[in-house]
Design a protein around this ligand. Structure first.
Ligand code: AMP
Ligand code: MG
Length: 661
């Protein structure tokens, strides 16, 4: 986000909607806006003079895009089809007659026809809406009448003090901005916006000690009294894929580090090609327990002239085999020079042993063997100079990578650093899960932290337990700050929805200096999931912040959907998203209006079919029991007029977050 005011420009005209080229007022308005760096036209549309379409467009721009300003042109006159004021009026939560009148006052000086404008203006949520007449000339005059005070007005709508604007108008910032902040902390805040500021003249507002709200912050000031809180979230409800992209586009893998080859490597991603400097095997080794022979000798009775067991030995100690001789050998034993094959013990028989019965003297070879049979030549598994592992390879818990590295004597490898993720639970009501006393009314046990920490460890990442922060701005700010100092990612749970105790977003925006990239997602569970980036206190890449909802299932599901892939991307995984498979659903499911991630068990039937079954019919987001046994998240699309359910037997996408059963 930038400090620019995001504007939507809406042309309302039957004619222009049929022939966009005939729209001159919309482009004129855009030109006026774009001439000033503080505005950016985020969206434009041309709609007919149709009540519903006008309402739908403006509602979406306010409620979903959370624009600072919506300016419309057209449909404000006496024409039969003109209905802009009628469509816009019901959308306004607050009237702004001063704006309407000042436009009128300016226009009436220019033309008496201004009396025929029925323009309206007002505030919806955090958006200021102004309807201009349709002529480009009127648009220009109207805009100019307002342009000086518009940024100030928008700032106030967002809960600001208007300080910045006044500073600009007064020609510079007041030097004691920091002191004003301190006033607020000590409780001497006037605790209000700027409602009576105008009467004092430009300067007076500097003496207000309200904390300044960043002009791009969507949250209201922290000291906003409860009755004045927002009743609609100011954060646009964005689709899941957009949210995922917003996260992943901001993640750059961490730098590399050398790590010893041991079990702590599991889950790491190699950041170098590994080239063998040792051959495997390093000597000609027998594959079997049997007798080293010269294949050309063929079956027959031979004296056993040497013994080679799998053990460290010197080359000179292994006697050379001559034609007509055989040597007893064990699996892994060095094959004597001269020998060309090994015959397994089962294909031999003893003819003669020594008199004391301790040694074999003559053994009959019963089978005919090919040259090279049962011998592993030097480097036949791994050759010196061979690239055995490629950069980007994940070290699995299955064993292949550690096994190979160990076999060739690699003691250290360069891997991507793995992120440290900090977990902070929030809420006055939350106590440690192992709290020994009976719970008081209103208290709950923290199930989020143990769950998410366990999942993090199992996935091979490091964590820091940041404990529980009560719902107080100071405590929350301190806990988040301390997490951001030590962790690459901070994950909080709770405090992100619409309650008066949901302080995380304002704290992030107003105290921590975070940029919130999204604060609501069109998904179930997890709608208030929040993602922000914060300048790194130690320099370098920005820190990542996930504000997950408090409900345990929402927290767990969104953790799996967003945080684990984010951790994997930070750790250098090329495939950081969950694998997805199509599974046959075993029962009917009703679709929700939001795309839903139902907890499910995916299994393979004896016939080899992949099936998915919801863990429980009641998938409410507080019911942690719906996570029991779940190895998958079933991806259910949002309900449409054409599709309201998925019938048993249909295929559905499932994300495999656990092991297939
Ligand atoms: P919140 O998002 O803070 O409004 O919390 C939503 C719901 O989740 C409330 O009923 C909380 O009590 C509950 N909740 C919040 N944090 C936790 C937690 N750490 N463990 C279990 N439940 C929680
Ligand atoms: Mg809470």
């Amino acid at each position: 986000m930038t400090d620019q005011l995001r504007v939507g420009v809406l042309t309302i005209s039957d004619t222009a909607s049929l022939d966009p080229a005939s729209d001159t007022s919309g482009p004129a308005l855009c030109q006026l806006l774009e001439a000033e760096p503080r505005y950016t036209v985020q969206t434009r549309a041309i709609v007919p003079d149709d009540f519903k379409t006008i309402q739908k467009t403006i509602t979406a721009w306010c409620d979903d895009l959370n624009l600072h300003l919506v300016l419309s042109t057209g449909g404000t006159g006496f024409g039969v089809r003109d209905c802009t004021p009628e469509a816009v009026q019901p959308l306004l939560e607050k009237q702004t007659p001063g704006i309407t009148h000042s436009i009128f006052a300016k226009s009436i000086q220019i033309t008496p026809f201004a009396a025929l404008s029925r323009a309206v203006s007002g505030i919806r949520g955090q958006t200021l809406i102004i309807t201009f007449p349709g002529s480009p000339k009127a648009v220009k005059e109207n805009f100019e009448a307002l342009s000086k005070m518009l940024p100030h007005a928008v700032d106030l709508v967002r809960g600001g003090t208007g300080k910045k604007v006044h500073e600009k108008m007064q020609g510079g910032p007041r030097p004691s901005g920091v002191a004003a902040d301190k006033d607020t902390k000590s409780g001497s805040s006037h605790g209000h916006g700027h409602e009576h500021g105008h009467g004092h003249g430009g300067h007076t507002c500097f003496h207000h000690s309200d904390r300044e709200v960043r002009s791009d912050a969507a949250s209201l000031g922290l000291d906003t009294p409860v009755p004045r809180r927002l009743r609609k979230s100011p954060y646009p409800l964005i689709p899941m894929d957009q949210a995922m992209k917003a996260v992943m586009d901001r993640i750059v893998p961490l730098s590399s580090v050398e790590q010893p080859v041991d079990e702590a490597l599991i889950g790491a991603v190699l950041d170098e090609d590994v080239v063998a400097v040792e051959a495997v095997p390093g000597y000609r080794a027998s594959i079997l327990d049997g007798y080293a022979v010269i294949d050309a000798d063929g079956p027959g009775q031979y004296p056993v002239t040497a013994v080679s067991i799998a053990a460290a030995t010197s080359e000179s100690a292994v006697t050379r085999l001559l034609p007509g001789q055989i040597a007893r050998i064990t699996t892994g034993g060095p094959v004597p020079e001269g020998a060309t094959a090994v015959v397994m013990v089962e294909d031999t028989q003893l003819i003669k042993s020594s008199e004391d019965g301790t040694r074999e003297e003559i053994v009959e070879i019963l089978a005919k063997v090919r040259r090279g049979e049962a011998i592993r030549e030097i480097g036949s598994d791994v050759q010196v100079g061979q690239t055995v592992l490629k950069k980007g390879q994940v070290v699995s818990a299955v064993g292949g990578e550690i096994g190979v590295l160990a076999s060739i004597g690699v003691r250290k490898v360069l891997v991507r650093q793995r992120p440290v993720v900090g977990f902070l639970s929030t809420g006055h009501e939350v106590v440690n899960h192992d709290y020994a006393l009976p719970l008081k009314m209103g208290q709950i046990r923290d199930s989020n932290r143990p769950t998410l920490i366990a999942a993090t460890k199992a996935a091979g990442f490091h964590h820091l337990d940041l404990g529980i922060a009560p719902d107080s701005p100071e405590a929350l700010e301190a806990a988040v700050r301390s997490g951001l100092e030590k962790c690459d990612i901070v994950v909080t749970t709770g405090g992100v929805s619409m309650g008066e105790m949901d302080l995380l977003k304002p704290i992030l925006e107003q105290k921590i200096g975070a940029t919130i990239h999204f604060g609501r997602i069109m998904m179930k569970p997890g709608k208030p999931t929040t993602f922000a980036t914060v300048p790194n206190p130690n320099g370098g890449q920005p820190r990542l912040m996930f504000g997950l909802p408090g409900n345990p299932v929402s927290a767990t599901v969104t953790f799996h959907l967003f945080v684990l892939p984010a951790l994997r991307k930070l750790a250098g995984y090329e495939k950081y998203m969950w694998p997805s498979i199509q599974a046959e659903i075993t029962h009917d499911v009703r679709l929700d209006e939001r795309p839903e991630y139902q907890r499910a068990i995916v299994s393979v039937t004896p016939e080899g079919h992949i099936q998915a079954q919801s863990t429980d019919k009641n998938q409410m987001s507080s019911r942690m029991v719906t996570m029991l046994g779940a190895n998958s998240l079933m991806v259910l699309p949002g309900r449409t007029s054409k599709r309201s359910s998925v019938a048993a037997g249909q295929k559905i996408e499932c994300l495999l977050i656990g092991k297939l059963v």
